[in-house]
Design a protein around this ligand. Structure first.
Ligand code: MIC
Ligand code: SF4
Length: 846
């Protein structure tokens, strides 16, 4: 099935003129990233020379993707916005809530039972609001998107940081929090700071044991976990065209690990092949017709240093395999030096588990190359010394590799095939171990390896490598083994060597699948019921956060000064906590439990300044909240690194924390904090981090004059009576300050929607205008009752031009009434519309 062909056709039709218009304004050759950005400017956004890393710009992305763990909160927010149907193609993918334990079949069935309530909720919300639904077992969001929805030159957002995977198909695909997804699904402009551009020139060709994964492992080593912040990474050069489309996806996927906004490659023959190979010949044909617009201008790639903020070069012919880790994905170690590093650092040498798959590396190419090693192990009488698991990325890949005999090869080697889901990559792993705290090593072809991520054990040393290297290590069971140079002793006591892996980019017999796991939404979802049980501990309807009271924040107690790495996994752990992703109050009980307290170097142990006692972070914060005491969290560099989960912002907000003050933020997390009405602040002078003391009370002395590009002043009141006054920075623009004032972006949106639909007052500002427009369109397009439709049509036919413009407004009012009626309890609902009508009639009379 080809999705959204009309949308793609329409975009390609407009692309040349939009790019030409931008070219005229900026008057220089364009990178691919700029072409896609300019082609997706929101209709109300003026084309101008935007400041990289400075200008906030409004866009209209083509589509939205959400996964089950983040979709719950995104959709709860969408539901409270009161919009009848999504305005852009959107999908939900059930992949994170599947626990890996015994193998695909049983795990899937058990997880569907355990999380049935959530899957049913997601399915019914999708059905109601026009969202495509991919059932549990259909595959991991990013692989499913690449196979079905990715298209060259497109712009999409997704509520998962690895949405960036679709850059492998020349898209700008960007990870966001759920509140951003709500904006786009509501047809409103989506705001992003115009990114900086990093160019990476690839020459040569991969060979032997090296694969695409090694390109990004190397890049992570060069740029580190924050080197890509605020930037798009664009790969180009002759080497780029030699990489398979899925290999490009792998490289873009792990661009999340360097903090990049997204990564992309110019459209090429490999992408066209992939589109055709996955049943989308029509898309490839369309893309071929505009292919000059789907890659950077030749002048850019000839003199990249003139057009990118930074340029790096990698010769693929000289690149060797890498292993990154432990505990951070940017500690890149060439395989040739890895054994020495293992010994030098005293990392556990015995490898206990090798895990391949995940959204990063589960293509047909990855699986077949790894299977070629598994086959050798069988042929050369080598029994895998470590446990070995395989998570296929999608049912299409799984069905095809099973048909082609590869899964049975893994099983012969001792491998266990897990469900097509995230599983161990996100701690959904019931690992068989005799001691959950023992120091041990595992290696994965995943992307992240923060402490505790895979199995909850802080002493698990997780390394990241390509699927091929992971498979070879699993066979050897020893981290000091180097498959390129070393031999292994087989079951017969003979010394044998593994040959280089070999695989296929595409299945020679083509892809196949019986049931891909897709459910199309109802054409008219207005009758679909969405139920949340009152006593559910998995789902909880959202209550709006309180607006700002207009006063300065005084006497905020320091809740925690976090030391070192504080990723979203530290702020809102995944694994077992994923089950509470739809219940804000329950999941808030994990808030910041992974962050290390600077003062005692312990996790989940902070001083309650009201009692002087130490306790867990969530309980301490709840005690402050109960006492009506405001609090602040202090952190280090790249705070909120990693995932897109907005829970890491909503939980602190829900618990009453008012501000987060750090040395620097990761992009998505900073936006999530702003959207949820929190204060996201950075030290103007990083050394001031050292001035924060455990018993501090902190004032924001001039919040009442909160304004764009104006520092705020903080007064630190120490226990000994001394004070320090420090300046802090923020990146709020005027619109974002309004989010803060309203209590959250969603509060503001709901207010604007009500205002626009009621036509009570003319909203101001571009975004407000867009909301009004979106509401009109949505209401007009919404599958209203037949009667209403007839009325609108009749009026349109009868009236002339002016009446045509009025009709949608009336429809919007009706739609609003319906929403109001649905939200209010039954009896009240009957009365309320009457009252509104009566009031309006009275007004008219006046
Ligand atoms: C991840 O890889 O960390 C996740 C789990 O996919 C997250 C999303 C989430 O927390 O639900 C991400 O990458 O955004
Ligand atoms: Fe799932 Fe892991 Fe990919 Fe996140 S990184 S989407 S948890 S497979």
């Amino acid at each position: 099935m080809v999705f959204d062909l009309d949308m793609i056709t329409a975009l390609y039709k407009q692309m040349p003129s939009r790019i030409a218009k931008a070219r005229k304004v900026v008057n220089k050759p364009l990178t691919l990233s700029e072409k896609i950005l300019f082609a997706h400017l929101h209709a109300d956004q003026k084309v101008e020379v935007f400041g990289r890393g400075k200008s906030y710009v409004n866009f209209s992305p083509d589509r939205v993707a959400m996964q089950d763990a983040t979709a719950q909160m995104a959709l709860l927010q969408f539901m409270s916005a009161g919009i009848p149907r999504v305005r852009v193609p959107s999908t939900v993918h059930c992949d994170h809530l599947i626990l890996a334990k015994d193998g695909a079949k049983k795990d899937l069935a058990d997880s569907i039972t355990a999380s049935g309530e959530v899957f049913t909720f997601l399915e019914s919300v999708s059905n109601k609001f026009g969202i495509g639904f991919w059932r549990p077992g259909a595959g991991i969001i990013h692989q499913v998107v690449l196979e079905n929805y990715g298209f060259p030159g497109g712009m999409m957002i997704g509520t998962d940081s690895h949405t960036v995977n679709a850059g492998g198909l020349a898209m700008l695909a960007i990870g966001v929090g759920g509140a951003d997804a709500v904006d786009v699904m509501a047809g409103m402009p989506w705001e992003l700071k115009w990114p900086k551009l990093i160019g990476i020139k690839l020459t040569g060709k991969l060979s032997g044991w090296t694969s695409s994964k090694d390109v990004i492992l190397k890049v992570a080593g060069i740029l580190t976990v924050k080197g890509g912040t605020g930037a798009i990474v664009e790969y180009f050069g002759p080497g780029a065209q030699t990489l398979s489309c899925t290999g490009k996806g792998t490289i873009c996927n792990m661009g999340a690990e360097i903090g990049a906004t997204t990564s992309t490659f110019g459209y090429d023959e490999k992408m066209a092949q992939y589109l055709r190979g996955t049943g989308r010949k029509e898309v490839a044909d369309l893309a071929d017709k505009v292919k000059d617009h789907l890659t950077g201008d030749p002048e850019v790639y000839a003199s990249p240093e003139k057009y990118f903020n930074q340029v790096y070069a990698i010769n693929l012919s000289k690149l060797g395999p890498h292993v990154n880790g432990p505990f951070t994905p940017d500690r890149a170690i060439p395989l040739s030096k890895f054994a020495d590093e293992v010994r030098k650092n005293g990392w556990p040498q015995q490898l206990e588990v090798g895990l391949i798959g995940s959204c990063t590396n589960s293509s047909y190419e990855d699986i077949t190359r790894s299977a070629s090693l598994a086959q050798q192990a069988v042929d050369k009488k080598l029994k895998a010394k470590a446990e070995f698991t395989i998570t296929p990325g999608s049912e299409t890949v799984r069905y095809t590799v099973e048909r082609d005999g590869y899964l049975s090869v893994f099983e012969k080697m001792g491998g266990v095939v897990l469900a097509n889901a995230c599983g161990p990559c996100i701690g959904q792993w019931s690992r068989h171990t005799n001691d959950p705290n023992r120091s041990n090593s595992i290696i994965t072809s995943f992307n992240r390896n923060f402490a505790k991520r895979n199995d909850g054990n802080p002493n698990t040393h997780a390394f990241v490598a390509s699927p091929e290297i992971t498979t070879a290590f699993a066979i050897a069971g020893d981290l000091t083994y180097n498959p390129i140079t070393d031999s292994l002793i087989n079951n017969d006591g003979n010394s044998v060597k593994l040959d280089e892996p070999k695989g296929h980019e595409f299945p020679p017999k083509g892809f196949d699948v019986k049931d891909p796991g897709y459910l199309a939404p109802a054409k008219d979802g207005s009758k679909v019921q969405v139920k949340i049980a009152d006593n559910s501990n998995r789902l909880q309807a959202l209550s709006p956060f309180a607006p700002w009271d207009g006063k300065n924040l005084t006497s905020m107690k320091l809740l925690i000064k976090a030391k070192g790495k504080c990723t979203t996994d530290h702020i809102s752990m995944a694994g077992p906590w994923l089950r509470f992703r739809g219940h804000l109050d329950n999941i808030a009980n994990n808030t910041l439990t992974g962050a290390m307290n600077y003062f005692n170097e312990k996790t989940d142990s902070v001083k309650n300044q009201l009692t002087g006692e130490y306790g867990p972070v969530p309980a301490t914060q709840r005690a402050y909240k109960a006492a009506g005491t405001n609090t602040i969290v202090v952190g280090d560099h790249n705070y909120g690194e990693g995932s897109s989960r907005e829970h890491a912002a909503m939980q602190p907000r829900h618990l009453g924390i008012r501000a987060i003050l750090v040395k620097s933020f990761a992009r998505i997390h900073e936006t999530n904090l702003k959207k949820q009405g929190m204060l996201a602040l950075t030290f103007a002078n990083e050394a001031d981090y050292d001035k924060i003391q455990e018993d501090d009370s902190i004032d924001i002395a001039d919040l009442t004059s909160f304004a764009p590009e104006k520092q705020l002043i903080l007064v630190l009141r120490h226990k000994d009576g001394g004070t320090d006054t420090i300046n802090v920075n923020h990146t709020y623009n005027a619109g974002q300050i309004e989010w803060f004032k309203a209590g959250s972006a969603l509060n503001l949106m709901a207010r604007q929607i009500t205002t626009a639909a009621k036509g009570l007052a003319k909203p101001t500002g571009k975004k407000a205008k867009a909301v009004a427009k979106a509401i009109k369109k949505t209401a007009a397009k919404a599958p209203a009752k037949k009667k209403n439709v007839k009325k609108v049509v009749a009026k349109k036919a009868a009236a002339k031009k002016s009446a045509k413009k009025v009709a949608p407004k009336k429809a919007a009012k009706k739609a609003l009434k319906k929403v109001v009626a649905k939200k209010a309890p039954k009896k009240a609902a009957k009365k309320a519309p009457k009252k509104v009508v009566a009031k309006k009639a009275a007004k008219k009379k006046k």
